[in-house]
Ligand binder design. Sequence first.
Ligand SMILES: *[C@@H]1O[C@H](CO)[C@@H](O)[C@H](O)[C@H]1NC(C)=O
Ligand SMILES: *[C@@H]1O[C@H](CO)[C@@H](O)[C@H](O)[C@H]1NC(C)=O
Ligand SMILES: *[C@@H]1O[C@H](CO)[C@@H](O)[C@H](O)[C@H]1NC(C)=O
Ligand SMILES: *[C@@H]1O[C@H](CO)[C@@H](O)[C@H](O)[C@H]1NC(C)=O
Ligand SMILES: *[C@@H]1O[C@H](CO)[C@@H](O)[C@H](O)[C@H]1NC(C)=O
Ligand SMILES: *[C@@H]1O[C@H](CO)[C@@H](O)[C@H](O)[C@H]1NC(C)=O
Ligand SMILES: *[C@@H]1O[C@H](CO)[C@@H](O)[C@H](O)[C@H]1NC(C)=O
Ligand SMILES: CC(=O)N[C@H]1CO[C@H](CO)[C@@H](O)[C@@H]1O
Length: 762
Amino acid sequence: MDNTLVQLLFLLCFLCSTSTAIQTPKPYVVYMGSSTGNNAEDNIEAVETAHMDLLSSILQGEERERSSLIHVYNHAFKGFSTLLTDKEASLLSGHGDIISVFPDPTLKLHTTRSWDFLKDRYGVGSNYPYSSKSSNNVIIGVIDTGIWPESPSFSDYGIENIPTRWKGVCMEGSDFKKSNCNRKLIGARYYNIREEDWVGSKSDNNKTRKVKPAGSPRDAVGHGTHTASTAAGALVTNASYYGHGEGTARGGSPSSRIAVYKACSQSGCSGATILKAMDDAIKDGVDIISISIGMSSIFQSDFLDDPIAIGNDGPDPSTVVNTAPWIFTVAASNIDRDFQSAVVLGNGHVLKGSAINFSNLTASKKYPLAYGRDIAAPSTPWSEASNCIPGSLDTKKTAGKIIVCTDTDPTATRRLKKLVAEAAKAKGMILIDEDEKGVPFDSGVFPFSQVGNIDGYQILKYINSTSNPTATILPTVDIENFKPAPVVAYFSSRGPGALTETIIKPDITAPGVGILAAMIPNVETGSIPKGKKPSQFGIRSGTSMACPHVAGAAALIKSIHPTWSSSMIKSALMTTATISDNMGKPITNSSESFASPHETGAGEISPLRALSPGLVYQTTTNDYLYFLCYFGYKDNIIHSVSGTNFNCPKNSSEDFISDLNYPSISINKLERQQQQHSIRTITRTVTNVGPKNSTYIAKIDCPTSLGVTVSPKRLSFSPSSTMASFKVSFYDKGAPKGYSFGSITWSDGVHYVRTTFAVNVV
Ligand SMILES: *[C@@H]1O[C@H](CO)[C@@H](O)[C@H](O)[C@H]1NC(C)=O
Ligand SMILES: *[C@@H]1O[C@H](CO)[C@@H](O)[C@H](O)[C@H]1NC(C)=O
Ligand SMILES: *[C@@H]1O[C@H](CO)[C@@H](O)[C@H](O)[C@H]1NC(C)=O
Ligand SMILES: *[C@@H]1O[C@H](CO)[C@@H](O)[C@H](O)[C@H]1NC(C)=O
Ligand SMILES: *[C@@H]1O[C@H](CO)[C@@H](O)[C@H](O)[C@H]1NC(C)=O
Ligand SMILES: *[C@@H]1O[C@H](CO)[C@@H](O)[C@H](O)[C@H]1NC(C)=O
Ligand SMILES: *[C@@H]1O[C@H](CO)[C@@H](O)[C@H](O)[C@H]1NC(C)=O
Ligand SMILES: CC(=O)N[C@H]1CO[C@H](CO)[C@@H](O)[C@@H]1O
């Protein structure tokens, strides 16, 4: 493996792209009923062909040119999305196989607060060194959906000349000129992305799979623009999403340079393209790579759990790249700001819902309120109607009402339910959704609010209690200093790692809920409040919003400590992470339980504390090669990956991965008995990056049922002795089966070097 590769910091996250290209014709969703269940992936071509035939049957002549499927839904339910004119949509909705056709407006969620939240947690009055000259020298490569260069977040005002070491390029496209790059956005590349897979031929019905190159680095999705500005966006005063989240927008390292690699499109990212982009980024001279991989479709919130999502076809180098321990895996949390849109019931009760809306309703006027179940279409199961599944509501009974829907059926997302309610001419919608209640949903001009199960029960009880239930949904208000925060988001990926339990995954937590950052302008009707111009910012939630926070923090550290390796930066971020929330309690998850390191990793990043970590764990190229050996790769593969004759130890075993010099410790099995032989001892080595003469003392924090000893208990450093090793022994003292968690904290009284551990007692 290329040493440079190891020296770079990889941030892999999950692409949760939710918006669609804005054009006339517009995107529509064609819903064809529930899935039959036997939808093997290898059948996908036949399904696509059938959808294409259906489409061609209504598209006339020339129009067939653009006949294409944006998404095919084949698992949770049947259907597809495509570009249609209004007329075509109505033609299609008359077809026998089709249950309903909905316009698919661009979802636009929208943050400026997250970096201040992280800073304030460090200590009031602390300064964020966000415009340091040295941060000009850090180049962040963002592999994503491209960029919207006109956003004020990418202005190069006050930034010095491009470092001479930069070897990248600014590729042009029909809508992207060399002049779109500047001293901030120093590079832009695109790849031949399969934006549209199926392209019908003009003359006959001959459909071929054609690759239509997306010939521009310009972002048509918004995801790449949002993540790039979160990591390194310039300071923009007075940023907001139509007044919400108002403040100064900025990235984690606002004067670092950005180089974009458009390797992803609306329909996802191909592993092969990502690898090519990585290759280019390294060649161009980037310092940090931030990548979002995976794709959650519009209607399924299947947040893929592991970076193996790309190139998982056997032990080849691409797989290696994805399974390697140097990939930073990030959990997503909320910040101390909430977007609330209250529900006022006819009986005067006010319930705090969450949403971002352009509701024009007021507290004084109430509207009829109905539960989906009570207004079901003829011969529709209650369960479908209560979930407001497409086609389940009696549209004669929905018009002008605020309808209440539940979320017990995962086949319809809140986005789809909202479309159902809108199409049924409802006045508004209250969604009872325990999981997503803390993740605000942008419903555009449609009044919308989300509540949890407890408030939901109150609403349903109220509906039962009167013959004439009424309610209204108030416009969204920003709640500042919201508590508790951080809370691990419900959609955040959970450990232990699917590939190996010998490394704690995720590594760390960062803000990923309700994040305001730069956005491509959304001109979709229904998404802009009356009389306003399209917003230059957007509020979004997802693990892919958390990832660029880590990239930005890493760039900040790199700018202050230019000689530090990526493993030192990673260690600094992990050992200084915070494990308590803004109420001084341990961080919780969205169901109000204490979150374990399998949910938070080492804790929430504290970028300022990470600037002086005291001690760091350095993970070397050899450690990574040992990792590959222990993971089971054969010598010949490791030779070809590393270009060396490195040979694996004969006794390689997955268990030994726990011994690699990683900034956290995971023991995948510890025998459940108090015998001498069941002691598991691992070694770690720390490097002093703080004051030359210092002495650190270990403090262990763990359940009493787990035995943990550290030896030696004191580490001394001097100008001539900058590194020290210690051993940690684990043994069972009656722990329950399964994982026990704890930490070892080395401290010199000034620095606290916290090493999280997870021990699986079997
Ligand atoms: C279909 O189109 C492809 C490419 O345009 C062409 O190579 C092929 O011969 C066509 N097939 C038929 C049956 O027309
Ligand atoms: C911020 O924008 C508002 C209007 O949206 C304007 O009234 C105000 O003057 C602006 N403030 C600054 C500092 O530009
Ligand atoms: C709210 O706006 C919609 C159109 O966006 C309009 O039809 C409706 O009458 C308005 N309602 C009130 C109460 O102003
Ligand atoms: C409302 O009434 C229905 C039918 O009478 C009943 O099944 C349901 O449990 C009631 N819901 C609540 C919250 O009381
Ligand atoms: C929160 O943690 C509890 C206890 O570990 C667990 O049962 C629950 O599923 C977690 N919640 C989520 C949303 O993962
Ligand atoms: C594996 O073998 C090497 C010698 O080849 C030895 O030094 C090492 O201690 C062994 N490791 C374990 C965990 O047994
Ligand atoms: C470190 O300690 C040594 C003696 O132990 C002393 O000579 C040296 O000046 C000290 N260095 C610093 C930077 O304090
Ligand atoms: C984000 C958003 O759309 N908020 C709107 C909610 O509704 C009020 C009242 O119409 C608007 O002022 C907000 O802009």
